[in-house]
Design a protein around this ligand. Structure first.
Ligand SMILES: [Fe+2]
Ligand SMILES: [Fe+2]
Length: 335
């Protein structure tokens, strides 16, 4: 089934409904949410399939043939929609008849949505399997589709939210590790989980500090700096995460020159994979908008990192990161 045809029709925005990509529906599934379509621009949307009625290949083909690329879901059923997408993500992402930009969009949104619930309930047992399968699904898309990274880059939110930041740091870390030549699937999975969950400890810090729009007081800053240890404790309690993931969560703010926290580690004391996550974390923080400063563009941000953090960051990994951001379709560094 191709989600695109010669006449592309996106439904108008209706209050109380959300437009979602047709590509997120799988044949022969019961979705758990109602599917509406807009018949014409002026009439209210009509119910196409109820939440408990299976959707067939013929239904999907008929929708696509009419040029629809999006359908409507009642906003009140958003949670059911997100759950459905997460449960079917492997099939949605593997369907090569769906354009890669649409699959990339479904992945970015689904990962962001997952992080929202992980931050809400970081100790819920199901966060383990959900995070692990999100990383596995994202990894297989990034490995199998060379252009996925470029499409995902175009979706990276310029506004800073803890949820999108987590997804962005996953994306940059995973791609930099691959670019640097790491390819062991188990190690890459471990790294992916650590990068996605690197700031999970912020869930334990008062929202007035995490969302503070001004300068933090000394006491608030001290508390904020505990998030790596809080996160490490959460991951350890789940007893399902590997050593690399634990290391990233605990040490992603350590710097080669010893100026980082929580342990002031130096040079070789910081695992190379952790150094990757540090570069990804700083880059994403600089290129997203904060209440107290504008976002920097990619290359000015890289220049600032080079000029001001050269003692803090791993120089060869940083060089590879610059090369990768200039050539997002390449999958290996020249060096
Ligand atoms: Fe952090
Ligand atoms: Fe971070």
């Amino acid at each position: 089934m191709s989600a695109l045809s010669s006449t592309v029709v996106a439904p108008p925005i209706w209050p109380g409904f959300r437009r979602v990509p047709l590509a997120s529906l799988r044949a022969d599934t019961v979705t758990g949410f109602d599917i509406y379509i807009a018949v014409d621009g002026s009439a209210p949307p009509v119910l196409y399939r109820g939440h408990d009625v299976p959707i067939s290949q013929e239904n999907l083909a008929a929708l696509a043939d009419r040029g629809r690329i999006e359908i409507l879901v009642p906003s009140s059923q958003e949670a059911a929609y997100q759950q459905y997408v997460e449960n079917n993500l492997d099939l949605i992402l593997a369907d090569k008849s769906t354009p890669i930009e649409e699959r990339s969009q479904v992945l970015y949104e689904s990962a962001t949505n997952l992080m929202r619930s992980v931050f809400d309930s970081p100790r819920a047992p199901e966060m383990v399997s959900r995070s692990k399968s999100m990383v596995a699904n994202a990894a297989s898309l990034l490995r199998n589709e060379k252009v996925a990274f470029e499409h995902l880059l175009s979706l990276v939110s310029f506004d800073y939210y803890t949820y999108t930041h987590s997804v962005n740091v996953f994306l940059f870390s995973y791609m930099l590790a691959q670019f640097a030549g790491y390819d062991d699937p188990a190690l890459m999975q471990d790294l992916g989980e650590g990068a996605l969950l690197h700031d999970i400890g912020k869930s334990q810090i008062d929202a007035s500090i995490v969302q503070c729009e001004g300068k933090l007081s000394d006491a608030q800053w001290l508390e904020m700096k505990k998030h790596p240890e809080y996160g490490h404790e959460i991951l350890r309690q789940h007893s399902a995460f590997g050593g690399i993931a634990l290391n990233i969560v605990l040490h992603h703010h350590e710097k080669l020159d010893g100026s980082g926290y929580p342990h002031g580690l130096k040079g070789y004391e910081i695992h190379p994979i952790v150094r990757i996550s540090t570069i990804a974390d700083i880059f994403d923080a600089m290129t997203t908008r904060r209440p107290y400063r504008e976002a920097q563009e990619t290359f000015p941000a890289l220049q600032t990192m080079r000029n001001e953090m050269s003692d803090a960051l791993d120089p060869s990994l940083f060089r590879m990161f610059v090369e990768m951001m200039g050539n997002p379709r390449r999958d290996r560094a020249y060096v």
